[in-house]
Design a protein. Structure first.
Length: 413
């Protein structure tokens, strides 16, 4: 397939998301790989609503049963071409105050907040303020010479910078935004280069998190604005994401529209993370309430409808011009599971997170998990679906839930 054909195919897929609905739209699937047949999206039966996605369908019943067993608390949402097909809320957002979960409640996304960092960088790229080939030293000082000269923005966004960084102290309690910001500035400058940049996917190392924090600092250096403020003004606000924010601990404690995170304990009980900073999650010992505020890599809050709005905003050019929306979600290189196993579906890395081909269509996904919260949101650009799963419980069977979602939407077993 020549380059003109690739561009034409991307544009057809991008514009095809709308389906004639004024409010519809979703993110472009990104540059297809050689061998993908042009026009595939136009030939797909995109307007059919599978029975298993509807209220009372198999997916709805599966999550309802988990909630009845107290294995799920939170919100699920399925949207097709801008219209809500299924929306359910279960459990309590704040047990102490008797506030139930509902669509308008924001849940901690953990690392699911990371795609907004890539959007911020690509906004600056389309304005000509940064290049993806810019090295760390182009915009920042204080880093080891090899990192400053060899690690570029593309490496940072694909977590292939080849860096490692000191272990984080998960017990530390932060007390201000300034303290969080200064910690990240100092922590990233302790990073060391341990592998050639671009040589492999190091998404599970401390260096990957440090790399994303460095990318956020590049946003700050170029714009003269704190990362939180930039993302609020140029992404959340522009998309109409009124329930999404990097909220502080005091806001988390007082705002009834922010779900409290309930961490599973060894005795089977659950404790409120933000009200019990001395407690940690069962497996990691992590408590997101200790952070005071999240940064580029963790602990932003979003509502389910806001994540659908973000998908629409990507499709219609609200936050990125179409070529840069394609670049955000385009496949950069194949993903290899950490255990070396073969993935169930062809899987790739994009700036937004993992990308798969399932049942002949692209699936752009992003998940996250921390003490007391689990999140996953998927965009199906070829058929117009957006799925959101937000839980204010940790240790929920998220793999099983997403498998049921996938089966309901695509029919894939």
């Amino acid at each position: 397939m020549d380059s003109d054909s690739v561009r034409g195919f991307d544009r057809r897929r991008l514009l095809g998301w709308g389906g004639g609905l004024a409010a519809a739209g979703v993110v472009a699937a990104g540059a297809p790989l050689v061998g993908v047949r042009p026009g595939l999206a136009d030939q797909a039966p995109t307007d059919r609503i599978p029975p298993d996605t509807r209220p009372g369908g198999a997916y709805d019943r599966f999550v309802a049963e988990l909630a009845a067993q107290d294995r799920f608390s939170g919100v699920i949402l399925l949207s097709h071409k801008g219209r809500t097909v299924l929306s359910r809320s279960y459990g309590m957002a704040d047990k102490e105050r008797g506030i139930r979960n509902h669509e308008g409640v924001a849940v901690n996304l953990s690392s699911g907040i990371q795609p907004f960092l890539s959007v911020a960088i690509l906004q600056l790229a389309q304005q000509g303020k940064v290049k993806l080939t810019d090295t760390v030293g182009t915009h920042l000082t204080g880093f080891a010479q090899d990192i400053a000269e060899q690690v570029n923005i593309h490496h940072l966004l694909t977590t292939t910078g080849g860096m490692d960084a000191p272990e984080l102290d998960l017990q530390r309690v932060f007390h201000s935004k300034e303290e969080v910001h200064e910690f990240n500035r100092q922590w990233t400058r302790q990073a060391k280069l341990v592998a050639p940049p671009g040589s492999g996917n190091q998404a599970h190392s401390n260096g990957a998190g440090a790399g994303l924090a460095i990318a956020a600092q590049i946003v700050e250096a170029v714009t003269g604005t704190k990362y939180w403020d930039y993302v609020h003004e140029h992404i959340f606000k522009r998309c109409g994401m009124t329930g999404t924010a990097f909220s502080t601990r005091p806001q988390w404690l007082t705002d009834e529209h922010i779900a409290h995170s309930y961490m599973l304990q060894a005795d089977g009980s659950r404790v409120d993370a933000v009200r019990n900073l001395d407690k940690g999650s069962l497996k990691q010992g992590k408590n997101p309430g200790r952070a005071f505020i999240g940064y580029a890599t963790d602990d932003g809050f979003a509502t389910a409808p806001d994540l659908v709005r973000f998908a629409h905003a990507l499709r219609d050019g609200t936050v990125l011009d179409p070529p840069y929306a394609d670049l955000l979600t385009g496949a950069k290189f194949p993903r290899v599971p950490a255990d070396g196993s073969t993935p169930a579906h062809p899987s790739f890395t994009g700036y937004s997170g993992p990308i798969k081909i399932v049942s002949g269509q692209w699936l752009i996904g992003r998940g996250g998990g921390t003490g007391g919260s689990t999140a996953n949101w998927n965009i199906y650009p070829d058929s117009g679906w957006v799925s959101v799963i937000l839980s204010n419980y940790d240790e929920v069977p998220i793999v099983e839930i997403t498998q049921q979602e996938l089966k309901a939407i695509t029919g894939q077993p």
